[in-house]
Design a protein around this ligand. Sequence first.
Ligand code: FPP
Length: 250
Amino acid sequence: MGILQLLTRKKAAVVQKDRPVPKHIAIILDGNGRWASKRGLPRTAGHAAGSENFRRIATYCKNIGVDYLTIYAFSTENWKRSQEEVSAIMGLLKQYLFEALDEMEKDHIRLRFFGDLSRLAPELQELAQKTLETSKKYDGFQTNVCLNYGGRDEIVRAARAFAQKCVAGECTPESLNEQVFSSYLDSAGIPDPELIIRPSGELRVSNFLLWQSAYSEYYFTNVLWPDFTEEELEKAIASFNRRNRRFGGV
Ligand code: FPP
């Protein structure tokens, strides 16, 4: 382990002493467009600011000992936006994946993707594949990027994959239970998020992690995503820590 990693781990341990930290946090990156409009800027400037903020928050999550950060970067519905906006978001993602490849070698972070990547440009698919391959070497902090993702679409794809196996004689409908079904989802092997954050004042789930959020705690705030600072994240964690999670018990 490098000296930098040792220092990072030490920092995480110190911060964790003060309060427990959710192992898996998920965030809907919402409010970029409004952030830009408020400043008389094009929506694409809001996405650029949102993607910068994602880097800050991901680094912070890593440093305080979060294991998984899942972000809703592009939904199955977001294709309805203008060509200009879609290309700007794809450009930002490409830039991030290039940077992530470097960061992986340095910090041993990992990337996973939730969503149907087959609709993405071949260049982006290749880059995603490369980051997945590199991630296999490491076991550090993991970011799950939801790309062309929809919770219903994920469940349908999982159901189809299971049905295909049954048709091929590799399993039977009776063998299906919650645990088996989870293993067909994009999130296979990853614990469910304990805390889901939605900034920008919207009080909707918007097709995000429908299966995985069964017992997640939600945190809503009016702050727009590009303005969502480390302090805002601490407020969300503090709110989470004040709650009594009963998982259906008493
Ligand atoms: C929602 O805000 C945001 C999106 C649909 C795109 C999010 C994408 C990025 C931040 C860029 C790429 C991400 C990474 C990880 C590099 P909105 O546009 O719906 O905001 P509004 O509701 O204010 O219009």
